[in-house]
Design a protein. Structure first.
Lengths: 373, 304
């Protein structure tokens, strides 16, 4: 019995290893790149956006002859937005010798994963992690194609101070690196503009009943909720607020840019606002790629094009550096540029942040979001 | 005052759901002395079956009115009860009479199986549903604060009370209930007196699962979002409720559920929201130090 079981366990462990080895030899002469993000869990829709973007980018790059004559193979990693899983995914990807990772999504995953990538010599370009710490730690390998929370929060804080004067403001966040960072930056900008919040509180993500905190905001006569957090909780909170008869506007960050927000909030989400870069789908540089996505029946919403751009820049920088060695590519990414991408021209500063981020407001109307005019 | 009343309503509606699930834990514990760790996942399965039923009804083109909700409730109770029955049959009955920890381990296994089964069958992403029950009733207006109870909150309270009333009648006034109580007191003796104990235990699981499925349907209607993982948190909370109320005691389970709901809500209302779970469990620990059998539990007499 014991022996049988041991063989069984042995076989189970050995089988994937053999498969992996088989794959490795079959793909000799290719460069591996990876996309990592939440493919399961409550943020899975974003992970999917990233995967769609990366898949299309790799297909297009390969169709154009690959990078430096080598074909590109795409690996995927699922971190479920869990920092621990992100670290193990990072180790796995590093073990498969990927040269660059487009990811992760959640800042709370990107930051711990970046430590692994730094050590293992893998380049990391996040299309979505906006927490300042991600690039502030000054590692050689961290880049992002999105903006930063301090930029995003400044825009939101200023807007609230200017447009909602006289209404009480609640700042709530989910205590994640992304959510708290965003709420804090917004608070800073808002306070600097002379508006003090009525409530500053954290909520526990992953729950369903937020009535207690909603009633609390209702009692404080809050007219504007700024929420640093993800769309599931945001949808539930605005839904429960409207149920309790609150007349309130919800304002959030870029994590509300998914149709799942509306599915959860329903009609209660009407008028919800969020900061995000001006729609990259509408930029002239993106027209051709957007058409290719549409042909595959994929709407390149949210982070799809940001992920696409991440790999596009990496390929261009590799050509410029004439090598796929991550360190040299990273140097080239910083030094050269602007890189021509689907997002338009992108350059990086010394830290690896984009030099010209543009945050504008979007608003939800009738189940769709559009740039606010 | 108005604010406190509003939080009271929030807390009661939340506590009712915990209570409904807690009854399932306490019943099984009472009758076979084990913690059915898969119960939270039975609740999750119930929520998913309700979701599927609602979608089917919507596809059938029927209006989603009170009739549809009642139908979904019944379908979900029936199917979830079947799950409850199968879980007992597959995972617990073969281990009856084996050492004490065996069914406990198999319960944890069952919980993982159910979670992964739903994850594979339904996908890992959150499943939303439109609000079917909308509207709210303003009860009172005081100091510029309107106390309101949403139709859904009212429905949860009414349905839970109704279901619990039927259930209490079942346990205290029917031959089946008598058999259940007999098995709880002394299974061997009950068997000698001609009670089919295996069948009675099966029925206990069936009833527990049906109650959990009612909680699942209410949960789905109330919050509108479910995923394969909701059973874990709800299960832990309900289990805590059952322990707080005194495991094995039916009124204790409901009382425990209400208390947990109220503690969570009032802590979030007046203190830091992020420490509400700490508060809940701290109160549980303190209660257990002074009342080891919970609020309404009886001290177990060790038979020699």
């Amino acid at each position: 019995m014991t022996i049988q079981r041991r063989t069984l366990v042995g076989a189970t462990i050995a089988a994937p290893a053999i498969l992996a080895a088989g794959r490795a030899s079959a793909q000799a002469g290719t460069v591996r790149v990876a996309v990592a993000g939440p493919l399961t869990g409550s943020n899975a829709s974003f992970g999917n956006q990233m995967r769609e973007g990366a898949t299309q980018a790799v297909t297009d790059l390969n169709a154009a002859g690959g990078v430096l004559g080598q074909q590109i193979a795409l690996e995927t990693g699922d971190d479920a937005c869990d920092p621990r899983q992100a670290v193990s995914v990072a180790n796995q990807l590093a073990g498969r010798q990927v040269k660059v990772v487009a990811g992760h999504f959640c800042s709370g995953s990107s930051i711990p994963a970046s430590k692994v990538y730094t050590e293992e010599g893998v380049l990391q370009i996040s299309p979505a992690s906006t927490n300042p710490r991600f690039t502030d730690e000054g590692a050689w390998n961290t880049f992002r194609t999105c903006g930063r929370d301090d930029q995003q929060g400044t825009v939101a804080g200023k807007y609230i101070a200017e447009h909602f004067r006289g209404r009480k403001v609640a700042l709530i966040h989910d205590n994640s690196a992304y959510g708290k960072g965003l709420a804090d930056e917004t608070k800073k900008a808002m306070n600097a503009a002379g508006v003090t919040e009525a409530i500053y509180a954290a909520y526990t993500p992953g729950e369903r009943d937020y009535n207690a905190i909603v009633s609390r905001m209702k009692a404080a006569d809050v007219g504007v909720i700024y929420l640093g957090g993800y769309h599931t909780e945001a949808g539930l909170i605005i839904r429960q607020a409207k149920e309790q008869g609150m007349n309130v506007t919800l304002i959030g960050g870029d994590a509300l840019v998914t149709n799942e927000f509306w599915q959860i909030s329903g009609a209660a989400g009407e008028g919800t606002m969020m900061t995000f870069s001006s729609d990259p789908r509408k930029r002239p540089q993106a027209a051709e790629v957007v058409a290719r996505f549409k042909a595959r029946n994929v709407d390149p919403e949210g982070y799809v094009l940001y992920t696409y751009a991440a790999l596009q820049i990496w390929a261009a920088a590799a050509v410029k550096a004439a090598t796929v060695d991550p360190r040299k590519v990273a140097d080239a990414m910083r030094a050269s540029g602007p890189w021509q991408t689907v997002l338009g021209p992108v350059s990086f500063d010394r830290k690896g942040d984009v030099t010209v981020p543009d945050y504008v407001f979007y608003v939800w109307k009738n189940g769709n979001y559009a740039e606010m005019s | 005052m108005a604010y406190a009343l509003q939080q009271l309503i929030n807390g009661v509606a939340l506590g009712m759901i915990y209570g409904l699930i807690a009854v399932g834990y306490t019943m099984v514990y009472g009758i076979i002395g084990m913690i059915n760790f898969a119960h939270g996942d039975i609740f999750m399965v119930g929520a998913f079956i309700s979701l599927i039923s609602f979608v089917l009804i919507a596809m059938g083109g029927w209006a989603a009115g009170p009739g549809a909700i009642l139908l979904v409730l019944l379908v979900s109770m029936a199917v979830t009860a079947l799950y409850g029955w199968s879980v007992e049959r597959v995972a617990y009955r073969p281990l009856r009479g084996s050492f004490r920890l065996a069914p406990l381990i198999s319960a944890i296994g069952m919980s993982i199986v159910l979670q992964n089964y739903v994850q594979v069958a339904q996908g890992a992403r959150v499943k939303p549903i439109e609000s079917l029950v909308t509207g709210s009733l303003e009860l009172w207006h005081g100091n510029g604060f309107a106390v309101s109870i949403s139709t859904m909150q009212a429905m949860i309270i009414v349905v839970t009370l109704l279901v619990l009333a039927v259930f209490t009648w079942l346990v205290t006034r029917t031959p089946l209930g008598r058999a259940m109580r007999a098995c709880e007191q002394d299974r061997k003796m009950a068997g000698l007196l001609g009670i089919d104990t295996d069948r009675t235990i099966s029925v206990t699981f069936v009833i527990g699962a049906a109650l959990a499925s009612v909680a699942g349907t209410m949960y789905l209607l109330r919050y509108g979002v479910i995923d394969f993982y909701i059973g874990f948190l709800a299960g832990v909370k309900a289990f805590t409720a059952a322990v707080l109320g005194g495991i094995g005691s039916l009124p204790g389970a409901v009382l425990g559920g209400l208390l947990i709901g109220l503690i969570e809500t009032f802590w979030s209302a007046y203190f830091s929201v992020q420490y509400k779970d700490v508060a809940t469990f701290a109160i549980l620990v303190i209660t257990l130090i002074f009342m080891p059998t919970g609020l309404l539990g009886r001290a177990e007499v060790e038979k020699v």
